[in-house]
Design a protein around this ligand. Structure first.
Ligand SMILES: O=c1ccn([C@@H]2O[C@H](COP(=O)(O)O)[C@@H](O)[C@H]2O)c(=O)[nH]1
Length: 309
């Protein structure tokens, strides 16, 4: 799957991911109304609204982008109905040939990680039959429990030709509380980065590993260090747009081949119609506003890369 992701990035010239993080408050009135008329103001109605919202954004952007990153928390808040909308979104994006990164941030003791890995990336045995549960292409993993919590995910990826993005340095303001702590003079994020590089070396696609890392756009200095620590790992970079990251801050997340990173924006794309810059589209044309925001993001990041490389 890492090879497919790279091919798609090269084809679209867009090292970006659209984050499908649908809060109900982002869904325009007309879509909410239609869903509530059909299903009432229920969890089912909310799930239908976020699904229709996602579908329109995907329809308006899929030809410009290589990948999407649905954030499972946004769906889980609506319970089982939300999870059905998550699954519908995953399947629909795959039908549009998009690479799907499930932002699930799982990780537990080995046996429990194995079940998470099976449910999201692998296949579950039911009697004589096997079924893929959520069936994303990549998943995000929390490595805090150590190697035995990560290994089951790697095993399933190897079997299914899928991939991981392991949290190394997160984009949030307090990520340094633990991640920047020095251990024998080295920050924890760097130690985790070294481990990701090690796992990655043993699990290579054609040019990059299918074991990647998450490093926040809001920490460009750490991004530059970690790029060197993990030369063969793709970096998923959240924190662009709504959290303040800009193209010019991100060039050192990439390798000299112009590859090695993909930058995520969620609110900045899916709720673009609410921003002043895209207000002219109006709520009715929110999908066109998202398309314009994708085009601006690609130009910002590619422009910065072209100037730097
Ligand atoms: O360090 C991290 C890891 C994951 N995320 C996720 O990315 C998106 C960001 O959303 P924006 O609206 O573009 O800010 C969201 O799903 C986070 O859970 C992150 O931000 N930082």
């Amino acid at each position: 799957m890492i090879n497919k992701l790279i091919n798609k990035i090269q084809k679209t010239k867009a090292p970006i991911v659209v984050g499908l993080d649908p809060m109900l408050s982002y869904v325009p009135e007309h879509i909410q109304k239609k869903a509530f008329d059909e299903f009432g103001e229920t969890l089912e109605g909310a799930a239908e609204a976020i699904w229709q919202f996602n579908k329109e954004i995907v329809d308006k952007t899929y030809d410009l982008i290589p990948a999407v990153k649905p954030q499972i928390a946004m769906y889980e808040q609506f319970g089982i109905e939300g999870l059905k909308a998550y699954k519908k979104t995953v399947d629909y994006c795959k039908s549009k040939d998009l690479v799907v990164i499930g932002d699930i941030k799982r990780g537990d003791i080995g046996s429990t990680s194995a079940a998470y890995a099976t449910g999201h990336l692998g296949k579950v045995q039911v009697g004589s039959k096997t079924y893929a549960g959520f069936d994303e292409d990549f998943a995000t993993v929390n490595p805090y429990l150590g190697s035995d919590g990560v290994k089951p995910f790697i095993d399933v990826c190897k079997q299914e030709k899928k991939g991981l993005f392991i949290l190394v340095k997160t984009s949030n303001p307090s990520s340094g509380e633990f991640q920047d702590q020095l251990i024998n003079g080295k920050p924890l994020y760097e130690m985790v980065g070294e481990k990701v590089a090690q796992w990655g070396e043993d699990h290579m696609g054609d040019s990059y590993s299918y074991i990647g890392a998450v490093v926040g756009a809001t920490y460009p200095e750490q991004g530059e260090i970690l790029r060197k620590v993990m030369p063969k790992s793709f970096i998923l970079v959240p924190g662009y747009g709504a959290q303040g990251g800009k193209g010019k801050d991100l060039v050192h997340f990439f390798n000299e081949d112009g590859l090695g990173a993909i930058v995520n924006s969620s609110r900045g794309i899916i709720a673009a119609y609410k921003q002043e810059a895209y207000a002219k589209f109006g709520a009715e044309n929110f999908g066109d506003a998202s398309r314009a925001a994708v085009e601006a993001m690609i130009a910002d990041i590619q422009g910065a890369l072209d100037a730097a490389l």
